[in-house]
Design a protein around this ligand. Structure first.
Ligand code: ZN
Ligand code: ZN
Ligand code: ZN
Length: 344
């Protein structure tokens, strides 16, 4: 079972999951996803036996579990970073450690090996978002689960080990540091300024337009003022809600449109770049987080953080979010770049 070890200098927890070293290494030999064969892909229809049995799926009528006929399929990660089991608490006087109790699921977006969110139709993206909500509700109801993290790694440079488009869901026994920081910031803003920080940002970005990328009825996409990465985009609901899970059906349809739109801009304007996105939502530990405002953060992999970033946890961004939003919104010039390298 994977375990959590605490750094006693910083208080930070690290997940030690050695089984993950045995993951498939499709990417090490193949430079581009398009060149990969779907025959040996564990996420392709017909290969269902190559994954652990499914825990959930949207299926066509008359299709059977763990066979073809699914539209979105959820399976436990074969190489989990968090797993259910006895909670081990073996904190010696010196080094705190505990079992990485939780869950780690894979949400396969569609049967199509060569698709990704940006290439799927809106209806398909809506289905993926509905499955997010469904699995979020299921995992967040477990007693020991404090936070549910949903992420996507897409493409060679993103950290994805299998090219077939998928999301991962982590049910965690603790609230991650970045969420704790966002909660502290939200609380401070609410108390000192009398307003939710993200509600204030949405209002300011819509007004100024200089970092705005796109918007629709229920969502706004902009590059944040203090973007950590080139072309970083936040997709924020216009309606204040603490949890992703509370999104209504009409908002979900709006979110499918804007998510596909933003990722299509990455693909079209940045030459099929790899990208990451993740959802930040309120913890499910029973406390009141009504002052928190959920959102999605995305960024393409155009640069690789180095020693300064690892050594300080401060990012150096070689672009401004204003330039990036000009470019992504179509107001600016096309930029070419080498994956993992410098922007020119
Ligand atoms: Zn596949
Ligand atoms: Zn808000
Ligand atoms: Zn966030």
């Amino acid at each position: 079972m994977p375990e959590l070890r605490q750094n006693i200098l910083t208080g930070q927890w690290v997940v030690v999951a050695t089984e993950r070293a045995a993951r498939p290494a499709h990417f090490f030999s193949s430079p581009r996803e398009e060149s990969l064969d779907s025959k040996d892909c564990p996420f392709c229809p017909g290969n269902e036996a190559m994954t652990p049995p499914e825990v959930y799926a949207l299926r066509l009528a008359a299709s059977e579990a763990d066979g073809p006929g699914w539209e979105v399929r959820v399976v436990p990660n074969k190489f989990p970073a968090f797993a259910e089991g006895e909670e081990v608490r073996d904190s010696t006087a010196m080094y705190p450690r505990r079992g990485a109790e939780g869950a780690h699921e894979v949400i396969i977006h569609s049967p199509n090996h060569f698709s990704d969110i940006s290439r799927m139709d809106e209806e398909g993206v809506e289905k993926v978002l509905r499955v997010y909500k469904n699995r979020y509700s299921f995992q967040s109801q477990k007693d020991f689960v404090r936070y549910v993290q949903i992420i996507v790694n897409h493409g060679v440079e993103s950290g994805a080990s299998i090219p077939h488009s998928h999301s991962q869901l982590f049910a965690l026994p603790l609230v991650p540091p970045l969420i704790q920081e966002e909660i502290a910031g939200s609380l401070w803003h609410q108390k000192s300024r009398g307003k939710c920080a993200l509600c204030a940002m949405v209002e300011a970005e819509l007004e100024a337009q200089e970092r705005l990328i796109t918007k629709n009825r229920h969502f706004v996409a902009f590059s944040p003022f203090a973007a950590r990465f080139p072309f970083e985009v936040w997709i924020v609901p216009r309606e204040h809600r603490d949890s992703f899970e509370k999104m209504e059906e009409e908002e979900l349809e709006s979110m499918a449109f804007i998510l596909k739109d933003v990722l299509s801009r990455y693909r079209e304007r940045l030459d099929g770049v790899s990208y990451n996105y993740f959802i930040h939502t309120a913890p499910c530990d029973g406390s009141d987080y009504s002052y928190y405002h959920w959102h999605l953060e995305a960024f393409p992999r155009v640069t690789t953080p180095g020693s300064f970033e690892a050594g300080t946890l401060m990012m150096i961004n070689i672009t401004t979010p204003e330039e990036c939003s000009d470019f992504l919104s179509g107001r600016g010039e096309r930029i070419s770049f080498k994956p993992g390298g410098e922007i020119s």
